[in-house]
Write a protein that binds this ligand. Sequence first.
Ligand code: XUL
Ligand code: CO
Length: 445
Amino acid sequence: MGTPFIGKREYFPGIGRIPFEGPASDNPLAFKHYDAKRKIGDRTMAEHLRFAVCYWHSFGNAGHDPFGPGTRVYPWDADAAPLVRAEARMDAAFEFFTKLGVPYYCFHDIDMAPDDDDVGEYEANLRHMVALARERQQATGVRLLWGTANLFSHPRYMNGAATNPDFAVVARAAVQVKAALDATVELGGSNYVFWGGREGYASLHNTHMKRELDHFARFLAMARDYGRSIGFEGVFLIEPKPMEPMKHQYDFDAATVAGFLHRHGLAQDFKLNIEANHATLSGHTFEHDLQVASDHGLLGSIDANRGNAQNGWDTDQFPTDLYDAVGAMLVVLRQGGMAPGGLNFDAKVRRESTDGEDLFLAHIGGMDAFARGLEVAHALLTRSPLEKWRAERYASFDEGAGRDFEQGRFSLAQLRDFAAGHGEPAKRSGRQECYENLLNQYLLR
Ligand code: XUL
Ligand code: CO
């Protein structure tokens, strides 16, 4: 207890700053593994993990689903006036960030400020809330991991935003992206995200896909140029997702977006924000899409959550799966970290979880899972035989003919001659089970 709240009232009474109590603790409101200042290798856990809380699921989503309204009553949503509600929501948000002890947060323009069809009103609302957010950031030390514009909720975007077949809608999307970029720069954001929720199609019969994708690339280049012109030095991030809400979304997965960025000359400024549940929705594992992004030099940031193994939906559950966390942190550590990106909990508590405390418990679980994932991945990479085993598997390319092949000194005919002179290759086991056992061994230590 005893953490001062910075707003007009306290929204999470009875909950103080979440302490680290270690693995032996049974206190639900304490970290068991996340010890922000503890060093893992050359960095602290906080520096490795760069946790962020998302504004939308945590303070906006009251639990509604397609079959019913929200189940939670938020005290910050009580006032009739939208701007007063937005201010109260911001107080609740910064109280939560501070009590949880996360260094970052993320927001969409219209989860922070009231939307308005009138361009001037919309911009004024956002400017008002950004000024308040700036004060709150200064008072608490909490920083902005990324900002973004919601180009998918308003009905005007039903056929897409930057890829809309109507130029008037494409231009209207620019209003929000410009304002959200202004806000991100004003708040010192490290990254700016594009998730193309409606950038896709429902039917190819009425869709000129190539034209829409060319428009998308042009729009992104304009956003990049504007961002750079107002002093944004951070990373632009595209967040892949294959579907939901559209039948088919253009930013399908990491491989698709990497190809798109290279084809349109955007790979210098744009990287990827990989979301676990989006990767599984596209038929991959979380680890797969992280690895693909990383291999392209494009892994910029992570939206941490998890789907549901039975139905495959985008359920946005909090990430508690330790295998996922270890797998993700192996990719992150192997590429030397993800700064200026971070690990944003794009996750929501279940509709049946109706207490303010549930929001803390959910984040504590996610943070502990990734802290443990970090510890185990670091141990696997530095103390276990994992890297040696992997290297040995490819040793035939480290010298002699294999190295010549890698360096491009073989033609196909010469490869044939090599094979003809060396007989049937010996069988070499992939030893998958041995690797799986090693992972469990380190996870249980
Ligand atoms: C939707 C999603 C978004 C983005 C930001 O599935 O993940 O919340 O992270 O627009
Ligand atoms: Co996301």
